[in-house]
Design a protein around this ligand. Sequence first.
Ligand code: AMP
Length: 249
Amino acid sequence: MKALVAVKRVIDYNVKVRVKADNSGVDLTNTKMSINPFCEIAVEEAVRLKEAGIVDEIIVASIGPKESQEQIRGALALGADRGILVQTDEKAYPLQVAKILKGIADQEGTEVVLLGKQAIDEDNNQTGQMLAALMGAGQGTFASEVKVADGKATVTREIDGGLQTVALDLPAIITTDLRLNEPRYAKLPNIMKAKKKPLDEKTPADYGVEMASKLETIKVVPPAERQAGITVASVDELIDKLRNEAKVI
Ligand code: AMP
């Protein structure tokens, strides 16, 4: 059985985001970029399925600029077998990404497709759902446990106030939540080996997809600056300030 994992190159989660002066987006100049953390969890889950003898081959795909190769190589170092970079300098919106991933899944005949529940750069939380709709496949989103056996994927989902378990026919689309697993660190020998693993380069046109989107980002603004706090000398002073200055009690 083949698994496809979608990994997105995003701004590293430790980096303080700078907004461009014209508010058109986030400034990525000289910024550390990484695999989207939820995608890393998806790679780890695929590797565990392979280690359990359920999956034979893991294909990692990324849609984005040439540099996304770094994130694909990172996933290969974690245990994926080969990569596909669908190169584009256009902004990759969820519908276009989902169409390309469908093209890859159809071509490769992948039975399990793992994605992050969301990419931390745009917080869309849409791609997996759109892919499931385009493929006419079942979706197990926000997965905290995944089992694949007897032609089905059983996915435990994190929902408000509890857990829900769903059974999906294969091919199935699974999106990962934070508690699904803790991704391993790549070991140096595996980083070296990953450099030799196959990485195909494609374009959106190879999958018949135009990157033009019906969605336009109008404005991006940073969060409002928080005012500095103060230290009060006593509980009485605190109560006085809450009552007479903040007027919250
Ligand atoms: P989103 O719907 O944008 O929040 O992204 C959800 C998931 O879809 C990500 O965690 C990835 O697994 C996948 N995805 C989104 N954009 C891309 C991309 N450009 N390349 C590869 N995978 C992507």
